[in-house]
Design a protein around this ligand. Structure first.
Ligand code: PLP
Length: 380
């Protein structure tokens, strides 16, 4: 049994603060001294720096990833009664945001290798809806675990059937396809900066990104009571502002995102090399032009719970993303529209998936210890 000091955590937001502590503390003190705590220079600078990072024109800091998705959907004109297609193998927030916009989620299955939306099934779902007289208005493509969804094909389908595409980039900061970063493929995209994410705040935070002037204008209004001018609401809006403190923290951490993602890739390589001979199904091998952000390193085994318990008994904490697909959860069960082919891959994967410890501040030794334990277990 490992003592508390030797515990290996699935993610480590505190370590991510401590390695940048001096810079973060100084940035926080500057905000405290400035007396400007909401929508000031820090938010404006972060928005510019994050948009530049993505090679987009605009980023709008908002309160969370869920709110980023909600505002992105509203900016796209999604409204009550519309149909929006997404997956069930995702954080519940993806589906919750669609419902917040008033739309009806329509769920399609994932492909078993990438764990992301299967574009073939997406097209089938659109045809199925059109045959019932429904024209889906948008698709929310999730880049789960930091592996990009098949954006070239999804965008191609969107052009042929004329619907909006929104990327859910909550787990994919810095992931790319052919050098083009996730978040820059679609009309508009949503990021979360929850403390465990690859780019993380010290609390809740999010951003909406786009290069579309009309969309950004709408998001700006929606973020703050519909105000174009202070105290004068042009449209009905919300309060979903990124605050100055979180923006200052994010500005420090953004500078390290690529380096920390490279470190995640090094940990993944240790796992890949050590575990390739086991019966575990490893994350899809990264092909040519895809850069994986390795938000999670999710393995698959039919003996998932036994492996998880074994690791826990030996001081290694793991997580399951996610233990139950959205459509089976109590709040949603029986009332979400599902593609006629069903969600077989989603339901199968949920029972077998296990996220191994993965964060940029793990040492090689820790990664080898996790891998070694799994090797011992798999030989038993
Ligand atoms: C895929 C996905 N979408 C949306 C969200 C929601 O982000 P937040 O927790 O910042 O609201 C998350 C975060 O957990 C997520 O992982």
């Amino acid at each position: 049994m490992a003592n508390e000091k030797n515990l290996i955590l699935p993610s480590d937001p505190k370590a991510n603060y401590l390695v940048h502590k001096e810079e973060i503390d100084s940035a926080i003190h500057n905000v405290l001294d400035s007396g400007k705590y909401i929508l000031g220079q820090q938010v404006r600078s972060f928005e510019k720096e994050f948009a530049d990072y993505l090679d987009l024109e605009f980023a709008i800091g908002v309160g969370s990833g869920t709110e980023a998705l909600h505002l992105a959907l509203l900016a796209c004109g999604i409204k009550s009664g519309d149909t929006v297609i997404t997956v069930s193998h995702t954080a519940v927030a993806t589906v919750a945001a669609i419902e917040l916009s008033g739309a009806k989620p329509f769920l399609v299955d994932i492909d078993e290798l990438s764990y992301n939306m299967d574009p073939v099934l997406l097209e089938k779902a659109i045809v199925e809806n059109v045959n019932r007289g429904i024209k889906p208005k948008a698709v929310v493509a999730v880049h789960l675990y930091g592996y990009p969804a098949n954006m070239p094909e999804i965008i191609d389908i969107a052009k042929r059937y004329d619907f909006r595409v929104i990327e859910d980039c909550a787990q994919s900061h810095g992931a790319s396809i052919g050098g083009k970063l996730t978040g820059s493929w679609s009309d508009i995209a949503a990021f979360s900066f929850y403390p465990t994410k690859n780019l993380s705040a010290l609390g809740d935070a999010g951003a909406v990104v786009t290069s579309d002037h009309a969309l950004v204008e709408k998001v700006r209004l929606l973020r703050e009571y519909g105000w174009k001018e202070r105290y004068f609401s042009d449209i009905c809006g919300f309060n979903s502002r990124l605050d100055e403190l979180q923006a200052a923290v994010l500005r420090v951490k953004l500078k390290f995102l690529d380096k920390e993602n490279s470190r995640r890739n090094e940990i993944a390589k240790i796992y890949d090399d050590a575990l390739s001979a086991t019966a575990l199904r490893l994350p899809r091998v990264v092909v040519n032009d895809i850069v994986h952000a390795y938000h999670q390193y999710a393995v698959r085994t039919s003996k998932r719970d036994a492996l998880r318990n074994y690791l826990k008994d030996n001081g290694v904490e793991t997580l399951i993303h996610y233990p139950m697909p959205v459509h089976q959860q109590k709040a949603y069960f029986g009332r979400l529209d599902i593609a006629s082919g069903g969600l077989n891959n989603t339901e199968k994967v949920c029972k077998e998936i296990l996220s191994l410890p993965m964060h940029p501040h793990m040492s090689d030794e820790q990664a080898w210890r996790v891998a070694g334990l799994i090797l011992d277990w798999s030989e038993k």
